[in-house]
Design a protein around this ligand. Structure first.
Ligand SMILES: [Zn+2]
Length: 220
């Protein structure tokens, strides 16, 4: 496999991932990206080595699967039993994602979101993030939308584009709150993405009943 990716997690995310301080949902996205991206794997290896040198017991600078395993342990404590009814494929997907899909606990069932987009949400026990797969049909246009929270996306299959760029298999992108975009599936096949969307923070407004009449005042 040879990927020439142009979209990667930034240095801060990789440092936090290496240190084990990145939240679980973005960690799932980073680990999915690492599956495709040799450049980030190499950088992570370097960071892990720096990290282990900083620690007192730096004798063995061994970088193994323990980081990945700890991410998986967080999201999946029960043994997974592949379930034939699971409504999605896993071939060629990163290990972290196929493990999520195969775990009946997480039950990713495709649901229609719009004419050209389906969503399968994972029950990861995450209250601060919604982790889901999105499937855009070939040439499908999603409604123009923005987000109330930050969204991490990794392309698992196919490609899509928006106003800014084209995103290919393995590409990692971050959308900040307020970013408006309109993803469009490539013409040559469906596109499947993994995303982690930070749940909107609902601010309790005890003065809501007072604000409403004020907002109705005509500024003219
Ligand atoms: Zn990368």
């Amino acid at each position: 496999m040879s990927y020439n990716l142009t979209h990667h997690p930034d240095a801060t995310m990789l440092v936090e991932f290496s240190a084990g301080t990145l939240a679980t949902a973005p960690s799932i996205c980073v680990s999915a990206h690492l599956h495709f991206c040799e450049q980030c794997r190499t950088e992570l290896l370097r960071l892990d080595q720096v990290g282990s040198q900083l620690m007192a017991e730096a004798e063995s600078a061994e970088v193994d699967d323990s980081l990945f395993d700890s991410v998986m342990a967080k999201i999946d404590s029960a043994e997974a039993n592949p379930e034939p009814s699971v409504a999605t494929e896993v071939k060629g997907f990163p290990h972290s994602v196929s493990k999520l899909i195969k775990n009946p606990q997480h039950k990713p069932i495709w649901k229609r979101l719009s004419a050209s987009v389906d969503i399968a949400r994972f029950k990861t026990g995450q209250s601060d993030f919604e982790v889901a797969l999105h499937r855009i049909c070939a040439g499908g246009k999603t409604p123009k939308h923005d987000h109330s929270g930050v969204e991490y996306t990794v392309v698992l299959k196919g490609s899509f584009s928006d106003e800014r760029s084209v995103y290919k298999e393995g590409d990692f992108l971050v959308r900040q709150p307020g970013d408006v975009h309109q993803p469009m599936g490539a013409q040559n096949g469906e596109c499947i993405c993994l995303s982690a969307l930070k749940a909107p923070i609902k601010l309790a407004n005890p003065f809501g009943f007072l604000m409403k009449p004020l907002l109705r005042i005509n500024p003219m």
